[in-house]
Design a binder for this molecule. Sequence first.
Ligand code: EPU
Length: 418
Amino acid sequence: MQKLIVQGGAKLRGELDLQGSKNSALPIMAAAYLCRGECILHNCPKLTDIYAASRILNYIGCKCSFADNTAVITSAQSGHTAIPEELMQEMRSSIIFLGALLGKNKTGTVSYPGGCELGSRPIDMHLSSFRKMGVDIKEKFGRITCSVRKSIHGAKISLPFPSVGATENIMLCAVLADGETVINNAAREPEIKDLADFLRCCGAKIKGDGESSIVIEGVKELHGCEYTVMSDRIAGATYLAAAAAAGGEIIIHKACVGCMEPFISLLDQTGCSIYTIDDGIYLRSGLRLKAVRDCIRTMPHPGFPTDAQAILMAALIKADGTSVFEENIFDCRYRHTDALVKMGADITVLGKTAVVKGVDRLYGARVEATDLRGGAAMVIAALIAEGKSEITSISHIDRGYEEIELCLQRLGADIKRE
Ligand code: EPU
């Protein structure tokens, strides 16, 4: 079992190229399955979730290879249309392959991706949307079998909540469906726009992505293309939060500045200097951070991202004053707080609210990563703690951060993997 060993106290200084976005690359890889010919995806992060997606693609008949950060995916005309449970269980977002299977083959069998560290994570919106598009769905012993009697047709779908995964799944199914699909109350996350941009490069007709109503006109076929995946706004938020908390001066290059605005506008309240430069973000932090005066409410984009909640919390543990968080997206996204408290943080969780009273000192400790972003929060806390910390169960962190220890080493942190 690998672990990260962090000696706290170093300031962070230097420059970093941001990795490609996991949450964009995954649906784009599923979308490549819909295309005839070869898709070349640049800026694909080297992450365990991405490798899990490539195993699914290989299983359903694609050839998927990686060299550096480029994935080459060639979709076959035929292949398995039932994804085995063990592949589905490797990651939660395996469910987006159902939209791609249906879009291409009008049939598909998958398993429930299961609950996860963040709570129950149902897929009712995905399935009810497919039903509206003419898909017949049978569920038995955890397997979901989908078939279509006539055709998959466009539909008017109003989502009860702007689910990212449901929006992506509908898009994947609708691009090759008969007629027009309208998604109302669609997710507006930047990754949705990235998926739409990719699909348009392949010949899809999509309008309104990035807004609440997305309109998709089905086409007969999609072709391959060469595309560069957007950069990872949450990894960007993580390195900025780490430097803000530890002190120092960093530049992150290749950052999607506009996408990070909801995070940056709150980090800005902590008193560090943040400027956008050509292709990135500059941050300087010296004195003790100030607590964030506004309640930090996680909301769908363009609200504050739930994926950055734990990360900003870790940066505020030693801030001057009290910061208040409200988690509105997931039921169970405060599991990292126990570890932070073990390190000396003063955090009280009550339902969806967490109150963080800034403390003067944090102490290194042995902690276990509870989930991807919670694990990253523990790394940030370890960077600002006195003494040595050990973070175990780092497979969670490796799902979303490409070589986190090397990135932080490059910025001067004392961190190693054992
Ligand atoms: N939900 C339902 N029913 C559904 C779908 C979602 O009740 O059919 C609920 C979920 O349980 C949750 C909320 O709606 O409470 C939001 O879920 P959403 O579908 O938007 O999330 P997701 O697609 O499963 C993606 C990201 C998450 C990110 C969320 C929210 C990927 C691969 N995952 O998940 O990323 O937190 O959107 O922005 O894109 C992460 O990167 O650490 C991560 C968890």
